[in-house]
Design a protein around this ligand. Sequence first.
Ligand code: SUD
Ligand code: ADP
Length: 308
Amino acid sequence: MTARSAGSSVSVRAPAKINLHLGVGPVRPDGYHPLATAYQAISLFSTVTATEADGWSLTCSGRDGVVVDDVPLDDTNLAMRAARLLAGHAGRDRPGDPGVALHLDKGIPVAGGLAGGSADAAAALLACDALWGLGTPLSELLALAGRLGSDVPFGLLGGSAAGHGRGELVTALADAGRYDWVVLTRDAGMSTPAVYAEYDALHAGSVVPDPEIPAALVDALAAGSVRDLAAAVGNDLQPASLRLRPELGAPLEAGLAASALAALVSGSGPTCLFLCEDGPHAEQVAAALAPYGRTVLAHGPVPGAEVI
Ligand SMILES: C[C@@](CO)(OP(=O)(O)O)[C@H](O)COP(=O)(O)OP(=O)(O)OC[C@H]1O[C@@H](n2ccc(N)nc2=O)[C@H](O)[C@@H]1O
Ligand SMILES: Nc1ncnc2c1ncn2[C@@H]1O[C@H](COP(=O)(O)OP(=O)(O)O)[C@@H](O)[C@H]1O
């Protein structure tokens, strides 16, 4: 592959993730928690455009009501970290080497438990790889992604997938279905480390077993059965998220009362997810949830990061 000409751009779209099941084990010596999770990519997207430039810069916009005030615009931004990591990996980080101009257009709520920053990082890796004509093998991109954050490799893979290690070791799961979700977002995000710390506090003094993905969930996906999936979803972080945000209890109950097949907190929260039979059913459930926040309809699984 050859690098694109000066001033040229590549845009990559990457999806939000949800955890159909999030099994959390006892905290490791490095501070991370071993996970056994089933990820699904859903149809909320972030688009990263990488443009040839002499220096390094980043801009950000939100769409579909997404507020981006809390997105850092400096070198701590995960997309910028991804671009610099790939540049170093490719030997493009010598004095005088060109940089890249990144623009993020975020349709994934920030700090919502939907891995929006991870989607940006996955998209930035792929966009820069294409812009610079590197042709980095997927296995290497996945390894770089894992260094950026536990959820980033899944942003590259998409679909439905098992996640192990601290979540960065991903393998595709067979999935024959289409699942319609109501995604209830909140204005104030939650800190992932704070939710894991609350999880530790809740389990202090007790033995936490090694987590597993339920076989029934894997079977439900393989069969494409929305009802069997509804019976198998779960989130070990949910009690910790609810301790920090007790007000999330009411919409979870309201969604079930409005006939959602399942209701759960997305990852560390505060986004709540409601599994529905199909699109029309999701519209009906969303109407009942309107008093509790902003609702968006999404479906999964969708592909991981891809050039558009
Ligand atoms: C909870 C989950 C579930 O998918 O997602 P979100 O709800 O944040 O989207 C993930 O585990 C979040 O992954 P990610 O947001 O990439 O986390 P990282 O940047 O790797 O780590 C941020 C911090 O979260 C905690 N952390 C993360 C992953 C893990 N397996 N154990 C942890 O304890 C650690 O405190 C770590 O310092
Ligand atoms: N590109 C990015 N987009 C959003 N947040 C980012 C980004 N880079 C770094 N961050 C930081 O990561 C935090 C978590 O954001 P996000 O990935 O959207 O949520 P979550 O970890 O809940 O899935 C934000 O509060 C922000 O400080």
